[in-house]
Design a protein around this ligand. Structure first.
Ligand code: GLU
Length: 470
């Protein structure tokens, strides 16, 4: 049997973490088993489905590199086929027209609730053969009255549901629209899906879908239901927890591979290994190793995973990624050092390219803004002779390279008989605006001579003004 999986998002919003993880597991499973991965857009909810969402899902998958072999298929283009199956199900006695009015159904539901019973359709029209004039019927699926459904879920284990628990679900509304459980089964059957891998919020639908497969005379696929991704309060991840589009992580400067690595670990594990290359994931992924209960989204860990992946990139790759994020943040990079050099000195200091971009701005701006606290601490009158001497000595240096710049500073420290920090810190604040930066020699080299001198000169003015003010 050929392995075929599908990702079947409803385009009613962006591609969020849960969806991306489902897509990843479907993709990994298909690739690992040399099978095929299908993308199916479940756009039957015409009011809530939008073209923008479709695009957002496609963009998200492309960013993550989750390529599909077939699709995207759109359910709204397959209504004829759904109706054909529905007609066949009526024909074969697996489905029937139900003329019960909304009022009657509401009454039935209220009564059940009042009697603390599970509301369910009472089967009034199950054996009815006459039509009711002037009423557009819904079509209901004839669920077996006894027996049970057994699901051997690849993640959750064996699940048994008594058929008596299930009622005769509507498979076509009175307006002619087929419903979710019907369209999914027709598609999974027609698309020859061998493994349905999806969120466990669909687990209640599975027995119903199995009945429809049986009624169609099609073998049921295997099922794997993935536990939900939870927020830090243990509740299902939602916008409130910062559940954003996966594309937001692109703008935040997370690497797609880091995102995939992190998503894989949300619900799957291989011993205590945290960092995986794509090759490793493809080699090691087993659906049976997915955990049964939910896993908590942890942004701090995502950033850590990202940093581990950043560390494996070459300076040129780092530079390219940094440059993209700088561009998206409208931070100009034309006027300054090669971006790969900047990325190289910042790589141990940033967990994402967004963070790196924030730190990289000082290498491309003409002037820097002084951090108030850092300036107060370092740009004091005692720093005046230090900064003046640094300005003079650096001004007469032609060797603008980290090592020689550092030895100029060391000479000054020796000459003035002060510790290196007494020079390094005020200088750092002067040229970067803040108390933290990479190695001072590297920082000076990358900022360049003219800009460094101008920044030291204006820091000197700040110190002087402060001295004057007493
Ligand atoms: N369209 C459904 C959803 O987005 C998924 C259906 C399925 O995977 O069976 O939740």
């Amino acid at each position: 049997m050929k392995v075929r999986t599908r990702f079947a998002p409803s385009p009613t919003g962006y591609l969020h973490l849960g969806g991306a993880r489902t897509a990843l597991f479907c993709w990994l499973f298909a690739r690992k088993h040399k099978g095929e991965f299908v993308l199916r857009v479940e756009d039957t909810d015409r009011e809530r489905s939008t073209d923008e969402s479709v695009q957002a899902i496609l963009d998200g998958m492309q960013w993550l590199g989750l390529d599909y072999d077939e699709g995207p298929f759109f359910q709204t283009e397959r209504y004829d086929r759904y109706n054909e199956v529905i007609d066949q199900l009526i024909e074969s006695g697996h489905a029937y027209r139900c003329y019960c009015s909304k009022e009657r159904l509401d009454e039935m539901r209220e009564q059940a609730i009042a009697e603390k019973r599970k509301p369910r359709y009472d089967g009034t029209c199950r054996e009815r053969t006459d039509a009711e004039a002037g009423v557009d019927p819904v079509i209901r699926f004839k669920t077996p009255l006894d027996g049970k459904v057994v699901i051997d879920d690849l993640v959750k284990g064996t699940i048994e549901i008594d058929n008596a628990e299930l009622d005769d679900l509507v498979i076509r509304r009175s307006d002619g629209n087929p419903t979710y459980n019907l369209t999914v089964v027709v598609d999974d059957a027609d698309m020859e899906i061998s493994h349905v891998i999806r969120g466990d919020d669909h687990i209640n639908n599975t027995p119903r879908q199995i009945h429809i497969f049986n009624a169609m005379g099609v073998a049921t696929p295997a099922f794997a239901h993935l536990p939900m991704i939870l927020g830090d309060d243990g509740k299902r991840m939602s916008k409130r927890h910062g559940a954003v589009s996966v594309m937001q992580y692109e703008s935040d400067g997370i690497l797609p591979h880091a995102m995939l690595n992190y998503l894989a670990r949300l619900g799957w594990s291989h011993g205590d290994q945290e960092i995986f290359t794509m090759q490793e994931l493809l080699g090691l992924f087993e659906i049976e190793d997915c955990q049964r209960s939910g896993s908590v989204f942890d942004k701090t860990k995502l950033l850590w995973v990202n940093q581990q992946h950043m560390a494996t990139l070459s300076d040129d790759e780092l530079g390219a990624a940094l440059s993209d994020v700088m561009a998206s943040k409208s931070i100009p990079t034309e006027n300054g050092p090669a971006i790969s050099k900047v990325a190289a000195v910042l790589k141990d200091r940033a967990q994402s390219f967004a963070e790196m971009a924030d730190q990289a701005g000082i290498f491309y701006q003409d002037a820097v803004e002084l951090d108030e606290k850092a300036a107060k601490k370092q740009l004091r009158p005692v720093a005046l002779p230090v900064l003046e001497s640094v300005h003079t000595k650096l001004g007469s240096t032609d060797q603008w390279q980290a090592e020689s710049l550092k030895s100029v500073l060391e000479d000054i420290a020796q000459e003035m008989d002060i510790g290196f920090g007494k020079i390094g810190q005020p200088l750092r604040v002067a040229i970067t605006g803040s108390g933290a930066s990479p190695d001072i020699g590297d920082t000076l080299e990358l900022i360049g001579k003219a800009r460094s001198l101008a920044r030291i000169a204006s820091a000197i003015e700040v110190v002087k003004a402060r001295a004057d003010a007493g």
